[in-house]
Ligand binder design. Structure first.
Ligand SMILES: O=C(O)C(=O)C[C@]1(C(=O)O)C=C[C@@H](O)C=C1
Length: 417
């Protein structure tokens, strides 16, 4: 009888709510169902925590028997079974696959962190003092929290105003680690960070990618058409240039960090100002998000590197990346020759960046990320060969790769059709 009614309708001062089957969902009925959902959600969390403990037990066995962390055959079997089971109880394959990709990524990253910690026993600190750009709520702050949540020891956050200050904090031993954004899927490489790496003796010991979800944040009840001034970090303006063009006549004010933009807007308490930042960050400043997905590209992610005074050893069971910096001899084809060395050693290059060398016009420093462990044969052979044909070469760091490619399930997708 109520099948075609909307889910909520105001009628004679009373709200009548019906579910899609026409069942009465008003007042007590709604509360009862919500209580059941709340209880189920808590159960899901308990199960996830238990699953995580079991995968940590698996890691212990892997450490003992030198077994690689990732087992994609096992992942595929697991996904195929779960997709089938899900279909039998009305869950669509895409939904099941997405959920389990996140769960598996979490267990792989936790296991990697455990193995890396065991391989570097002296490096575990009771307190991790970490320098990053901005203050509470900046994207670097959120990335720092995420990275260190998988690692033992407490976290002491040291917010900084510039990349040079961040590096200095670690060099001067005021901080143990620095978290630096190095590239973004929309705006590309962060040149200032590459330039800092040219002059420091610090080593890259980790990486992580973090989704960057820009939202429009305001401090009071207002709407987009009232905004006259917008505060954000320059990188943010670049990543949201399409949105800015649509906005038209708004003054943009560049800030040192996303967190200082959010702080400014929260202090001004005006309805004609807004900041761009993450919703989670804005919450810390009492700001409300009035529009989300502001980046030009829907998939907007930043890759961060973690640097420290000493390099780390990456166990061979963990997929590793190595970052090199080099300058080639000034002759035609010198870079090609260097890259061929990687191919000859079957090494996959994931990133190549060039930066000018100050004081040497038209000469470039090349930054190269490769898949591979500096302790392993192929990377060592490649380094030996590169030392012979480059003018300068240095390993900036070897670290566990946190790019966990999701296991594809061809057989399972067929099942879904
Ligand atoms: O079974 C294992 O070897 C695990 O480490 C657990 C697990 C999982 O989370 O299910 C995680 C990583 C492996 O690639 C495969 C499966």
């Amino acid at each position: 009888m109520h099948e075609n009614l909307p889910t909520g309708r105001f009628f004679f001062n009373r709200i009548f709510l019906y579910d899609t089957h026409g069942n009465d969902m008003s007042d007590n009925a709604l509360d009862t169902v919500r209580e059941r959902i709340t209880a189920l959600d808590s159960e899901l969390l308990t199960l996830l925590s238990e699953r995580r403990k079991l995968t940590n037990e698996v890691a212990e066995t892997k450490i003992k028997h030198h077994i690689p962390v990732r087992d994609q055959k096992r992942e595929e079997q697991l996904l195929v079974r779960l997709i089938k089971e899900g279909q039998n109880i009305g869950l669509d394959p895409h939904y099941v696959t997405q959920i389990f990709h996140v769960i598996i990524e979490d267990s792989v990253l936790n296991q990697q962190a455990m193995l890396a910690e065991r391989a570097n026993p002296g490096s575990t600190l009771p307190l991790n003092r970490v320098a990053f750009l901005g203050d509470k709520g900046s994207y670097s702050y959120l990335a720092t929290q995420k990275y260190f949540s998988r690692r033992p020891g407490e976290l002491l956050e040291i917010g900084c105003q510039s990349f040079a200050e961040i590096i200095h904090k670690v060099e001067s031993t005021e901080a143990d680690y620095a978290v630096l954004p190095i590239e973004n899927t929309t705006s590309g490489s962060i040149n200032e960070v590459y330039d800092q790496l040219q002059h420091t003796q610090l080593s890259i010991i980790g990486e992580l990618t973090h989704p960057i979800r820009h939202t429009l944040l305001v401090g009071t009840n207002t709407s987009i058409d009232k905004i006259k001034t917008l505060y954000a970090h320059p990188q943010v303006f670049t990543q949201c240039s399409h949105f800015l063009a649509e906005l038209g006549n708004v003054e943009v004010k560049t800030m040192d960090s996303t967190s200082s933009a959010m702080l400014t807007v929260s202090e001004l308490k005006r309805d004609d100002v807004a900041a761009i930042g993450s919703e989670a960050g804005g919450n810390l400043y009492g700001l409300m998000a009035i529009k989300s997905n502001l980046a030009n590209q829907k998939e907007n992610h930043s890759r961060f590197i973690v640097v420290a005074r000493n390099p780390v050893v990456v166990p061979l069971q963990v997929p590793a990346k190595t970052t090199l910096v080099m300058s080639t001899i000034q002759k035609p084809g010198a870079l090609v020759e260097a890259l061929l060395v990687l191919r000859e050693n079957s090494i996959n290059m994931t990133k190549l960046e060039s930066r000018p060398i100050p004081g040497n016009p038209w000469e470039e420093m090349f930054y190269i990320d490769v898949e591979g462990n500096v302790e392993d044969g192929p990377v060592q052979n490649a380094l030996d060969a590169l030392r012979g044909i480059t003018r300068y070469i240095k390993v900036l760091g070897c670290y566990p790769s946190e790019e966990i490619s999701p296991t594809k399930v061809a057989a399972a997708s067929a099942l879904a059709d």
